[in-house]
Design a protein around this ligand. Structure first.
Ligand code: HEM
Length: 534
């Protein structure tokens, strides 16, 4: 950050900003154009001539304007800003400088999104919201790619295609757009009881944020902080909005979706334009390595929270968004977040969902952004220097100089030494085991925390949740799917199941003889149950 309030990233982007006002129109080759309304033709009534290079270029460029939208989180809105830590207290746990140098303002670019709908869908749908933050740190880019809910639908990345296929519009008719009220989602839900905790969040008012500025964010997974000596500490990341957490009610969301489908996008844009810069506090929950097994759930299970009564959230810094993008496509659309972008001092854990994501983001961006050089797109470029032996590929935007693009070499000079101070070293976790497709036993507890969530709700919040289940399941055509979901809910809370059942025309199951806190999964014994590992 420099004295004029602009960040180093703003300054870096100056090189690529172009302003067309009051300038003559040119072709992409820089040739001034004499007429952009009338194509070239022989005589007043003749055909358009191929040699009209301006016509051809204009049409061709238009024809190629579209790139694939994101396979999930296609609809989003983003803004620039900065992050600053309050103090250096995290230095005892991590060597990530942007988290520990209080005088450092790290530029950020933050994208909020819905998950299921397409780029043109409405903002105020019932859905999870993405909360993705790219920190342009001096040690390289760090991306915290989170959501506004602290848990997730599934426990293993390998299920993600199945989950997304179930939640997205159905393949035969592409209905419904951006809604979870349809058979395939709820069929998946009834057959995969690990979705239950997240479905409770999804049916709550958290799925209807009034504003991106009034939304929490969560890194969801357990990550690791790593100190200068290589010691690790488990960490969960939390964002808390300074404006508090506020939701719309269902009826409002429906009306707003009709009147102003850009409601959340417009709100963020206008707040920043009018100087009402949104702000969040970053908090962390820290767990010592030796306490890895101290809980009755597995820290590697992304369908579980660490209750704040057990591990309080410790505030560490603030995030401020103070500048709107100049161009939606160049910035909001082309930005590429990746959970694998980490800086020294932050590392992964073996959470099987996290591990799946590590593969997925780069892979999808290679096709979405047209090849391996998308990190050179201005919004994705780090502030830190980039020097390596990667070579060529579509859209190479830099001109690497010299003979050598291999290591080791004696031909090039100037090739980077491997390692050196500040190099990323992976946390030296000992891993030992047979190759199996199983997870630890507590992964099979699908209900305890769903019950915890339900019990923490006030009466009116419970009413909203029941109403949401009734509305969504009421759109499900096949009765056995409705029944299956109600059976799962019976393991969360019998009253909840009975209330939902009464609203969707299915019989309430009897109350479980022993209140089931999910140590087993009765719904799995049903005919359609998949084989569960655990
Ligand atoms: C995109 C969050 C799980 C694959 C995103 C985005 C967010 C996000 C916020 C939007 C990024 C943007 O604004 O550009 C999460 C969270 C997850 C999760 C919090 C679970 C805790 C997964 C899993 C996979 C996956 C398990 C696959 C194994 C993708 C893909 C994209 C995406 C392919 C599109 C990326 C792009 O085209 O740039 N995710 N996601 N996600 N996510 Fe996830």
């Amino acid at each position: 950050m420099i004295g004029d309030g602009r960040t180093d990233k703003d300054r870096q982007l100056d090189d690529v900003r172009v302003d067309y006002r009051d300038t003559a129109l040119t072709t992409d080759q820089g040739i001034r154009v004499d007429d952009t309304d009338n194509s070239l033709r022989p005589g007043e009534r003749g055909p358009t001539l191929m040699e009209d290079f301006h016509f051809r270029e204009k049409i061709t460029h238009f024809d190629h304007e579209r790139i694939p939208e994101r396979v999930v989180h296609a609809r989003g809105a983003a803004a620039h800003g900065y992050f600053e830590p309050y103090d250096d207290s995290l230095a005892a746990f991590t060597r990530a400088e942007f988290l520990t140098s209080p005088r450092t303002r790290t530029p950020v670019f933050v994208r909020f999104s819905t998950v299921a709908g397409s780029r043109g869908s409405a903002d105020t749908v019932r859905d999870v919201r993405g909360f993705a933050v790219k920190f342009y740190t001096q040690q390289g880019n760090f991306d915290l790619v989170g959501n506004n809910m602290p848990v997730f639908f599934i426990q293993d990345g390998i299920k993600f295609p199945d989950f997304v296929h179930a939640v997205k519009p159905e393949p035969h008719n592409e209905i419904p757009q951006a809604s979870s009220a349809h058979d395939t989602l709820w069929d998946f839900v009834q057959l995969q009881p690990e979705t239950t905790h997240m479905m409770m969040w999804l049916m709550s008012d958290r799925a209807l944020p009034r504003s991106y500025r009034m939304m929490q964010g969560f890194g969801v997974h357990t990550f690791r902080l790593v100190d200068a000596e290589g010691r690790g500490t488990f960490v969960k990341f939390h964002w808390k909005p300074k404006l508090g957490i506020h939701s719309l009610v269902w009826d409002e969301t429906q009306k707003i979706a009709g009147k102003d489908p850009d409601f959340n996008r417009r709100d963020l844009w206008e707040a920043i334009e009018t100087g009402n810069f949104p702000e969040w506090e970053l908090g962390v929950q820290l767990v010592a390595e030796e306490d890895e097994h101290a809980f009755d759930f597995d820290l590697l299970d992304a369908t579980k929270i660490i209750p704040e009564e057990l591990v309080p959230v410790r505030p560490v810094g603030r995030l401020v968004l103070d500048r709107n993008p100049d161009n939606f496509f160049a910035e909001t659309e082309q930005v590429a977040f990746h959970i694998g972008n980490v800086v020294p001092g932050i590392d992964f854990t073996n959470d099987p969902l996290l591990q799946g994501r590590l593969f997925s983001y780069l892979d999808t961006q290679l096709i979405r952004l047209g090849g391996p050089n998308f990190t050179q797109i201005p919004i994705n470029r780090p502030l830190a220097d980039v020097r390596n032996h990667h070579r060529d590929g579509y859209h190479q935007m830099t001109i690497p100089r010299g003979q050598a693009s291999y290591h080791p070499n004696t031909t090039g000079g100037g090739c980077p030494a491997v390692g050196g101070p500040g190099a990323y070293t992976h946390f030296q976790e000992r891993v030992d085991g047979h190759k199996i497709r199983k997870r630890s036993g507590s992964f099979a507890d699908h209900y305890s925390q769903a019950t915890l969530f339900w019990n923490s709700m006030s009466a009116w919040e419970k009413e909203h949740i029941v109403a949401a289940f009734r509305f969504e399941l009421g759109k499900v055509v096949q009765t056995h799917i409705r029944e299956g979901v109600v059976r799962n809910l019976n393991n969360v809370d019998h009253d909840l199941a009975a209330l939902v059942a009464a609203g969707i025309g299915v019989a309430a199951p009897p109350a479980p003889a022993v209140p089931n806190h999910g140590r087993t999964s009765p719904a799995l014994s049903q005919a359609h149950a998949p084989v569960q590992s655990a």
